[in-house]
Ligand binder design. Structure first.
Ligand code: SAH
Length: 318
């Protein structure tokens, strides 16, 4: 039987690729650091250590639950710090518009262990709980609305695009049939519907059969790709010359966005290849610090299985 929402099992979040982030961001005393995804403050704590008691750290997070972690961080950090609650897509734009400069910016995308392990947040297919998945509990649309109100075509597209789920249309149809009887309100019921919609052998393949659909719903509910696309240019706009940007992503859709953005920003001339001379005058804005994404080593994977899909890319503003 699935554990239910009355049995919370919250674990601490371990910062992913911490040594590598620290090396690439190379924070020096006196600088300004922006941690766009504060979470439990694991990365923030290490970066604050590198500030050596001088400088400031601006923390951002959508989820009001990070407040207690932030208060603990503030007491220990020994640097100027404040927490700005909201999407990094909105907050970075406001900071850049107000000409706040930064020397190092980190985005550690996705969900935290605290969010995954709190059954009542409805992120996990491993616990029966209300279908929710909002990182910002005040946001309008939760997974429940999406699952019960989006038409089957839209659900198919979400499962295919964000989850790369092979049986997207079968699952969307099964959802369509079930919700005619009553609204689908719990994660456990959704897991059962997914299992019933896919062929038996696929139920025992690699990973949990509901993993891809849950990932897809989470990305759609929180507009994760849209937030990333809009945040990256504002992050670069905020950086001072010589400032560093590091992004940790957890699936190929995110990594593709980060890779393309960094490549484009690192390019000089963007004239068509058959132009005899450059007429665009385009100058590179950043230099890539990672030609290939940095992946966790075997020791980190043994200690933290959640790091398995992490990929880190970084760039420095020229
Ligand atoms: N680096 C952190 C863990 C980050 S987990 C640590 O070491 O503890 C990812 C965090 O990003 C979560 O807390 C989640 O709420 C937050 N998050 C996800 N999308 C966000 C967005 N668009 N804006 C702000 N925070 C976001």
């Amino acid at each position: 039987m699935l554990p239910n929402a009355s049995q919370p099992r919250v674990t601490d979040h371990l910062p992913v690729l911490a040594t590598e982030v620290r090396e690439l961001l190379a924070v020096r005393p006196g600088e300004t650091v922006v941690d766009c995804t504060f979470g439990a403050g694991g990365h923030a704590e290490l970066l604050a250590e590198d500030l050596g008691g001088r400088g400031r750290l601006i923390a951002i997070d959508l989820d009001p639950c990070v407040r207690s972690h932030f208060e603990r961080f503030r007491r220990r950090a020994g640097v100027q710090t404040r927490l700005l609650r909201g999407s990094f897509a909105v907050v970075l734009k406001q900071l850049a518009d107000n000409e706040v400069g930064a020397d190092a910016i980190l985005l550690d995308l996705g969900v935290s262990s605290m969010q995954l392990d709190r059954p009542d947040r409805g992120f996990s297919y491993a616990c029966d709980a209300p279908l929710d998945m909002r990182m910002d509990p005040s946001a309008e649309i939760s997974a429940r609305e999406l699952v019960n109100e989006a038409d089957e075509r839209e659900l198919t597209t979400i499962f295919r695009r964000y989850g790369e789920e092979r049986y997207s249309s079968q699952i969307a149809r099964a959802i369509g049939r079930r919700r005619k009887e009553h609204p689908i309100a719990r994660t456990g019921e959704l897991v059962d519907i997914i299992k019933s919609a896919i062929p038996t052998p696929a139920r025992f393949g690699a990973g949990h059969p509901a993993r891809r659909v849950f990932q897809a719903l989470r990305i759609a509910v929180n507009d994760e790709l849209g937030a990333l696309e809009s945040a990256l240019p504002d992050a670069v706009r905020m950086l001072r010359p010589g400032g560093r940007l590091a992004v940790i992503s957890f699936h190929s859709l995110e990594d593709r966005i980060v890779k393309r953005f960094m490549r484009d920003q690192a390019r000089g001339c963007v004239c068509p290849p058959d132009f005899p001379i450059c007429t665009c005058g385009h100058e590179p804005v950043v230099r890539e610090l990672t030609r290939r994404p940095v992946r966790p080593g075997s020791r980190e994977l043994a200690a933290n299985p959640r790091a398995a899909s992490a990929r880190l890319r970084a760039a420095v503003k020229v």
